[in-house]
Design a protein around this ligand. Sequence first.
Ligand code: NAP
Length: 309
Amino acid sequence: MIPVNSVLLVGHFPEIMQAEVDRRLTPIHHPDPQAPAPAGNFQAILIRSNTKLPEALVKQIPSIRMVATCGVGYDNLPLAYLQERGIKASNTPGVLNDAVCELAIGMMLALLRRIPEAQEYVKSTAWSKAPFRVTTTLAGKKVGIVGMGRIGQDLAKRLEPFKVEIAYSGPNKKSLPYDYYQNVHDLAKTCDILFLACPATPDTDKMITAEVLEALGPAGYLINIARGSVVDEDALLDALQHKKIAGAALDVYENEPNPNAAFLNLDNVLLTPHIGSATSETRIAMTNLAVDNLEAFFKQQTLPSEVNN
Ligand code: NAP
């Protein structure tokens, strides 16, 4: 059992997640993470991966021993500080793979076939004056995945029936039937479509540089379902504005929820508002896995998904 009022719920939780939290916990709400911590002997924090947990907030609560984040990415946590204080952290890997991969596939098809623009073409009656432009076929293309982890591997399996060749890059070569490139530049050079599915870390910060985009080339497409920080956005804007790549589909941005306005005026982008895991089934599963971690912590059991690095 989780002791009543021992969990601090930091930030905003959408209704569907809040309902799950309230079903299993009696937390104290702290909607503004920048506000001073409320009084109380909280032992754990529950937060979402889109909310940054300020180190200063954790410092104000000496009783904290555990932070559970709803999301597989944990770049929102002050991990070095948590580790220094021996505070455990958990995330929610795996349960969001289906939703994220489905969005990624949808973005890819919509980008290549220009589906949003095609719908607008019909709705605006432009079709009555001239046929819509021709686009490009996915079959036969080479698709690169940067970050062949849980999401990357699920994505590759979903891509196989589309008759594409698959390759990947990342720190470690895996026993997978796809070409491996240690270097993202070399992967981009060989690919028509480059998916980003790696975590936000100091190593991946602005990893997609002007040179990588140049290697992807004028017929190449970038699809980012990872984190905005992985891409040098100035370089991407320049590449899109000057047609150095064919297009990009972005679910994540450096500055959320206010992405660089220059993206909004481009006709070779497809933009979604960080909705990779935003299905009701997935959000419920993420919340429950986060609470499972809290429960295990309070029972002094092994956490189902502890963040260890
Ligand atoms: P994961 O299982 O931990 O996989 C991450 C993969 O990235 C691993 O295979 C890792 O390689 C690779 N990697 C690490 N550093 C790298 C680098 N420098 N260059 C290239 N690859 C690198 O995580 P996941 O569950 O697949 O999730 C991946 C990321 O997707 C999350 O961290 C999150 O940021 C993002 N995400 C976004 C959404 C969304 O709403 N858009 C939703 C969920 C997740 P090794 O295996 O060789 O270590």
